[in-house]
Design a binder for this molecule. Structure first.
Ligand code: AGP
Length: 364
């Protein structure tokens, strides 16, 4: 893509609309149908190395950290390797135990974020193996790491990350599949995940075709002073990222909570003036999520659900196409990027350059 805005009013809008093409680029030339696995040329991790990994620790900041949270869940689900994500900024200040059997992954759009780079350097000083999951080719983090995956989102100009987040999560899907196929993931499951990955560009187009409904909904909720975002397990990092998107561009206060934690405190905030955005995938937790919607409705809370089917308890539902359970998180946040964009637009915000923020934070 060029830096030309190509008929869009902002880079954010343009970049949201580039996602089908960007995901296609992340997948291109990487899938090996013969063995239901993937080729990730720059990874420098052969099957023996991959089998020796005992833990995966993912480090990033902001949106990239949220992508890492989804990535950790995919790695646990598909490769059955214990995995978690942590803000790189926290990690480097807490004298972490650096373990030779852990695979560390630094995730960054710019590849220049100081907190992430410093964490990588500290890990390398301690002899760890660190991979990069980076967008900008040849950036500092790409150079400092022992190998990695370029996410191929193309240039992202808007300070608020959208297409790069999606490509990061897709790249984590590829990595999880690769690690899984060197361990216990079957050929049949590998094939199922590959088919799911291939469906993504078309499904993204379907979501974006629903833009008018999302624009209208943004108008309905733009009067809120504060919003709650909830999700459970796979839906929770989606809720966190969607709440960050809304905060960054609209300056509306938003909180994200696991739906399961509502009754342990945040339910006290629910009232008509505090709408909730709920991530409700059609997976094994559907009934649990529906119960949370009932709890909110019983307190007269307004609910906007992002789901695979209309939700009776919600005031509004944005229906998104279903993929494989393990990949649903890739798609469910996309309508909420548009929701944040249209909310900010209705409020007359400076969408591509929100106040107080920089695209790449290269200082402490
Ligand atoms: C994204 O919308 C943010 N502006 C911000 O959180 C960003 O993701 C973070 O600063 C990390 O940047 P990086 O991916 O370039 O390392």
């Amino acid at each position: 893509e060029s830096y030309d805005m190509g008929g869009h009013d902002t880079y954010m809008h343009k970049e949201i609309h580039e996602q089908a093409e960007a995901v296609d680029r992340a997948l291109r030339g990487r899938i090996d149908d013969r063995f239901s696995t993937v080729h990730l040329g720059g990874l420098n991790l052969d099957a023996r190395d991959a089998r020796a990994v005992r833990r995966v620790k993912i480090l990033g900041c902001g949106t990239s950290y949220h992508a890492g949270q989804i990535g950790a869940q995919m790695i646990e689900e598909l490769a059955r390797i214990p995995a978690d994500a942590e803000p790189a900024s926290e990690f480097r200040y807490r004298n972490p135990v650096v373990d030779p059997d852990t695979l560390y992954i630094a995730v960054s759009q710019s590849g220049e974020t100081y907190d992430v780079l410093a964490a990588v350097q500290e890990l390398k000083r301690k002899g760890a193996r660190v991979l990069g999951l980076v967008n900008v080719v040849g950036s500092a983090i790409a150079r400092e790491t022992d190998g990695g995956i370029y996410v191929h989102a193309g240039p992202e100009v808007c300070v608020v990350s959208t297409k790069c987040f999606t490509n990061m999560v897709v790249s984590f899907g590829l990595l999880a599949l690769h690690l899984g196929r060197t361990r216990d993931l079957s050929v049949a499951d590998g094939k199922r995940i590959i088919e799911g990955l291939r469906k993504l560009p078309g499904q993204i187009e379907e979501i974006l075709a629903n833009e008018e409904q999302i624009e209208k909904l943004a108008g309905e909720y733009a009067d809120a002073k504060s919003m709650m975002f909830i999700g459970r397990v796979r839906g929770y990092p989606v809720a966190r990222e969607a709440s960050l998107k809304l905060k960054e561009v609209s300056y509306i206060h938003a909180e994200a909570y696991p739906a399961s934690e509502l009754k342990h405190g945040p339910l006290a905030l629910i009232e008509p003036a505090m709408p909730t955005v709920a991530i409700v995938p059609d997976d094994e937790l559907l009934e649990k999520n529906r119960a949370a919607l009932e709890e909110i409705k019983a307190r007269s809370g307004r609910i906007l659900a992002v789901a695979h089917q209309e939700q009776e308890k919600a005031d509004h539902t944005i229906v998104v196409p279903k993929n494989e359970d393990e990949l649903d998180a890739i798609l469910m946040g996309i309508p909420l990027q548009l929701f944040a964009y249209y909310t900010a637009k209705a409020m007359g915000r400076d969408i591509d350059k929100p106040r107080n923020l920089a695209k790449s934070v290269t200082v402490e």
